[in-house]
Design a protein around this ligand. Sequence first.
Ligand SMILES: C[S@@+](CC[C@H](N)C(=O)[O-])C[C@H]1O[C@@H](n2cnc3c(N)ncnc32)[C@H](O)[C@@H]1O
Length: 242
Amino acid sequence: MSAFDRVSRQWNDWAKADPLWAILRYKEYKGGAWPIDEFFASGKRETERTWTTLEKLHGVVNVTDVLDFGCGVGRLTQSWAGYAAHVVGIDIAPPMIEQANAFNTAPNVEFVLNKRADLQVFADGSFDLVNASIVLQHMPRTLSCQYLAEFARVLRRGGFLVFTTPTEYAPTLKGRAYRHTPRPLINAWKRLRDGGVMEMHPLPLSTLAPFLTAQGFRIDLLDRSRAAGSAWVGYRVYATRR
Ligand SMILES: C[S@@+](CC[C@H](N)C(=O)[O-])C[C@H]1O[C@@H](n2cnc3c(N)ncnc32)[C@H](O)[C@@H]1O
């Protein structure tokens, strides 16, 4: 099975089993217990923070077309509707897209299923901003780098890329435990605890920074982020398409 097919199957399974918890894994909300309003409010807060940071970096910011890559059920996609004329959420898992459509209340948002390792569904220069929150970390590096290259293609010159990624294990107890425990053992424990595995793949800064530059991005800010959990050092990366 290819890495793409494996990732696709994992997310299809998560999306059927417990989609909101698969997206934001707060242990108190496991088993379909996420309060919907709080779930979507968390997306609104995250997008507000992202927007404020973009304004600090660039002054007045105007975006018309936004792509939310790995949109899940539209937690962030819907919140981007307040900042842009047209927002597209794209996801690999059919049940995520079905639920995103069911939850959606914004007229300028659409959701697209993309079961491909590229973004050929979009023409070059289709977007002013690409957002990818807590997505790229769940796929092998070859695949995440393919998508990063596609982000450069579908962004207009001067467009913004914002994404989160873990870069290395954290020097925490959990980080050390993950680093030193054989992967099959970790996966067996995750299956027992959660009923499945959600792969984690860091993108080390030593690989990521030159790769982004080679794709035509300028890195504007590496903002420390805890989005991947306490086992990881991670960043929200802000970059501009040159
Ligand atoms: C942890 S969830 C995050 C969802 C959303 N970004 C949010 O923060 O609410 C990861 C999402 O990425 C999607 N995903 C994983 N691999 C993908 C791929 N190759 N292409 C598109 N979506 C993908 C999954 O189906 C899932 O909905």
